[in-house]
Write a protein that binds this ligand. Structure first.
Ligand code: CA
Length: 401
C-alpha cells in the first residue's frame, strides 16, 4: 500500500497524539508523514476493536491504562494493518493533513516529577551557583535527584508562555523586589509518560520499569532563574518552575526507540542494588534547541547519567504508587561541549557570555516574543532515523498582578 510516510515519520515510528478537526471532538491519532491517521475509525473497520473505546477518548490516558501488553499488541496490529493492501481504502479514508488539525495535550497529567539526570548540566549549574564548592552535591552520584512539580500547568506545544512575576533578590540587593522575571530560561528535556497503576507500598524495580514506561515526548521546563535562586533554599524549586512546562503533542512509544537504546555512562560509585538491573539503558536521541529559528545548541541525550528505568525505580522505592498519566522529565540535557548545553543559564554562563544570533542581536535570557523550539531524532529500526516531533513556545509579556 502506498502511504504518505516520510523519512522521519515512517512505519517504524508511529507516535501517538490527540487531534481534532474544527467542530469535532479530539481523539487519538498516529502520524503518517505529514498526515494524522484517526485510529478509532480505522480500528473499528480493521480488526482493532480492542482499542476503539480507548482511542475515541480526548486523552491518551485510557489507552495508557491498558498496560504494556496492550501497547505492544496495538502497535503490532497497526503495523500489520498499514502493510495490508486490503485495508488501503479504510486507511486512506481516515488520513487527515496535519495542517488542518489542532493538536491537544496528549495526556491528562497525573503527577509530574522533574529529575536532574545530566552530570554535565548538574556540574555546570554547580560551578555557576557554588563556584567555591564542589560542583556536584554529595548525593548526586548515589541517587537521581528530583522534585515534584505542578501537573496542572503542563501545557501542549504551541501554547504561549506568559512571563511569570515573582520575588527575586540578587546577592548584591539589600531587599527582595517583585516583578516580571528578568532571567527567563529554557530547559531542554525529555518527558516520560507512565502507565500501569501500582499499589501504594509496592516499588517498581529497574527491571520492571519497562512495563510502566509508555512513551517519550520532548519537554521544555521553562525556568525563571531569578525567582528560582531566591526561593529554592531549603525546599527546592517552586514558583520559578510551576508557571508552565511545555510537552510535545507527539508521544513516541518506548518500543519505537529500542534501536536507540544505549548503555548509560559508567556509574561510579556503583549505585545501591535497587538502582541496578538489566534494564539500565540510555537513549541515543539527538536534540536541537532552536531560538527564533536558529539552532543554538545540540544536546545529546545519550550522555545522561541516570537511566529512565533508574529514575522510575527511585521514584517508587519508598512505596509511592504509580498512577496512569504520571509524567517524569529527565532534567536538562547537556552534553560535555559548550554547544551541547540545554539551558541559556549554561549557554550564557549565567549571563556573563551572551549568545550572538544571526540577526545581530544577543541573548542572555529570553525576551518577550522569543520563540524556542526543541526537536529531536533517534535511530529507527529500518536503519534511518525517526522524528520526535517538536515542542515550541513563544514568550508573551508579563501580566499585571
Ligand atoms: Ca528541569
Amino acid at each position: 500500500m502506498t502511504l504518505p510516510f516520510t523519512d522521519l515519520y515512517g512505519i517504524d515510528n508511529l507516535p501517538y497524539a490527540i487531534a481534532s478537526k474544527a467542530g469535532h471532538a479530539p481523539h487519538v491519532v498516529t502520524r503518517v508523514g505529514d498526515h494524522a491517521l484517526d485510529l478509532a475509525g480505522l480500528a473499528a473497520k480493521a480488526g482493532g476493536e480492542a482499542w476503539v473505546d480507548a482511542w475515541s477518548q480526548p486523552t491518551l490516558n485510557a489507552f495508557v491504562a491498558q498496560g504494556c501488553p496492550a501497547w505492544s499488541a496495538a502497535r503490532e496490529w497497526l503495523r500489520q494493518t498499514l502493510g495490508d493492501a486490503s485495508f488501503e481504502d479504510a486507511v486512506a479514508s481516515h488520513l487527515h493533513v496535519l495542517d488542518e488539525l489542532t493538536l491537544h495535550l496528549p495526556i491528562e497529567v497525573a503527577d509530574y516529577v522533574d529529575f536532574y539526570a545530566s552530570e554535565h548540566h548538574a556540574t555546570n549549574v554547580g560551578r555557576i551557583f557554588r563556584p567555591d564548592g564542589d560542583a556536584l552535591t554529595p548525593n548526586w552520584k548515589h541517587l537521581p535527584i528530583g522534585y515534584h512539580g505542578r501537573s496542572a500547568t503542563v501545557v501542549v506545544s504551541g501554547t504561549d508562555i506568559v512571563r511569570p512575576c515573582g520575588q527575586r533578590k540578587a546577592p548584591t540587593d539589600a531587599e527582595p523586589t517583585f516583578g516580571p522575571s528578568i532571567r527567563l530560561d529554557i530547559e531542554a528535556e525529555l518527558g516520560f509518560v507512565v502507565g500501569g497503576d501500582t499499589e501504594i507500598g509496592s516499588p517498581v524495580s529497574v527491571d520492571n520499569a519497562g512495563d510502566h514506561l509508555f512513551g517519550v515526548g520532548l519537554f521544555n521546563d521553562w525556568s525563571a532563574r531569578d525567582i528560582q535562586a531566591w526561593e529554592y533554599v531549603p525546599l527546592g524549586p517552586f514558583l520559578g518552575k510551576s508557571f508552565a512546562s511545555s510537552l510535545a503533542a507527539w508521544i513516541t512509544p518506548l518500543e519505537a526507540l529500542e534501536p536507540a537504546n544505549v548503555a548509560v555512562p559508567q556509574q561510579v560509585p556503583t549505585p545501591l542494588p535497587y538502582l541496578q538491573g538489566e534494564d539500565v539503558f540510555g537513549l541515543d536521541i539527538d536534540i536541537e534547541v532552536e531560538l527564533n529559528g536558529e539552532v543554538v545548541s545540540r544536546p545529546p541525550y545519550s550522555t545522561m547519567y541516570w537511566s529512565p528505568a533508574q529514575m522510575l525505580a527511585h521514584l517508587t522505592v519508598n512505596g509511592a504508587a504509580i498512577r496512569t498519566g504520571d509524567l517524569f522529565a529527565s532534567g536538562t540535557v547537556s552534553g560535555p561541549e559548550k554547544d551541547q548545553r540545554g539551558s541559556l543559564l549554561e549557554l550564557s554562563w549565567s549571563g556573563k557570555e551572551p549568545i550572538h544570533l544571526a540577526d545581530g542581536s544577543t541573548r542572555t535570557f529570553l525576551q518577550d516574543g522569543d520563540v524556542v523550539t526543541l526537536r529531536a531524532t533517534a535511530p529507527a529500526a529500518g536503519g534511518g532515523r525517526l522524528g520526535l516531533g517538536e515542542v515550541t513556545g513563544r514568550i508573551a509579556p508579563a501580566r499585571a498582578v
